[in-house]
Design a protein around this ligand. Structure first.
Ligand code: NJP
Length: 223
């Protein structure tokens, strides 16, 4: 039967590009984000292999209900991509806005925890695959980067999840992109990575033979 993939942050950028590529490769996808209108437009584009599941990653019940609903609809879940994330308008510790920090931690840290917690019972049943969007900023030190610190969490937890999931034959991949041309930035970045480049990396990890755990993929723009 067809393989199934639940994606958070599917309404734009990397998540939407991954949904497109997964459907092209025969996967059935569940699309999770807050923007219901954007998810519905993507479902219109992708057809009956895609389902819109609107919700908010900062609310555990919202994520769990969507994951469980998708599992019921499609018979089980083979892979979950915890990709939703948000940045900061002001970098650095002094300039940072406390409310913006709190929301970012809710999305980038708690949102990943909630998604993984909701996903795990389903993935365990299928020796499934978990993917997380980390960052190059979670792999090296950048002066005062609070955003980067949230992504260090993602990389640390992802490594621990690889060990936890190995016990039942599951796998975890953390994707670490450098700058990607997505609505994450206000300005277009045509010479940087494109969201399709990250989707390619996700598909590579998902297609790897069961003997091979792709634990991390680090991608940087050449420019
Ligand atoms: O950005 P964007 P990307 N609940 O803004 C969703 C990381 N990254 O594709 O809720 C649920 O197009 C939001 O949907 P909506 C980055 O940290 C990027 O670049 O409808 N979903 C949208 O679908 C992030 O982890 C770069 O507003 C929530 C998605 O998240 C991932 O890549 C570099 C949500 C964001 O899509 C995808 O970002 C890097 C919530 N509360 C890492 N809040 C880069 N672009 O350069 C947001 O190293 N979303």
């Amino acid at each position: 039967s067809e393989k199934t993939l639940f994606i958070t942050g599917a309404s734009s950028g990397i998540g939407a590009a991954t949904a497109r590529q997964a459907v092209q490769n025969g996967w059935t996808v569940g699309l999770f984000a807050r923007s219901e209108d954007k998810l519905k437009a993507l479902v219109d584009e992708l057809g009956d292999k895609a389902t819109a599941l609107p919700g908010d990653v900062t609310d555990f019940k919202s994520v769990k209900d969507a994951v469980d609903k998708f599992a019921d609809q499609v018979g089980g879940i083979d892979a979950v991509y915890a990709n939703a994330g948000t940045g900061l308008s002001a970098p650095g510790t002094e300039a940072g806005d406390p409310d913006e920090w709190e929301q970012m931690i809710k999305v980038n840290v708690m949102g990943v925890l909630w998604t993984v917690k909701a996903a795990m019972p389903h993935l365990k049943k299928r020796k499934g695959h978990l993917l997380l969007t980390g960052s190059a900023a979670g792999r090296r030190h950048i002066a005062g980067s609070v955003y980067g610190a949230s992504k260090w969490f993602v990389h640390g937890y992802g490594g621990n999840l690889s060990e936890e999931m190995r016990e039942f034959g599951g796998r975890c991949t953390v994707i670490a992109p450098g700058m990607v041309d997505t609505p994450f930035f206000d300005e277009p970045k045509p010479d940087k990575l494109q969201p399709e480049d990250i989707a390619d990396a996700v598909m590579h990890a998902l297609k790897a033979d069961s003997r091979c755990a792709v634990n991390e993929i680090f991608l940087m723009p050449t420019q």
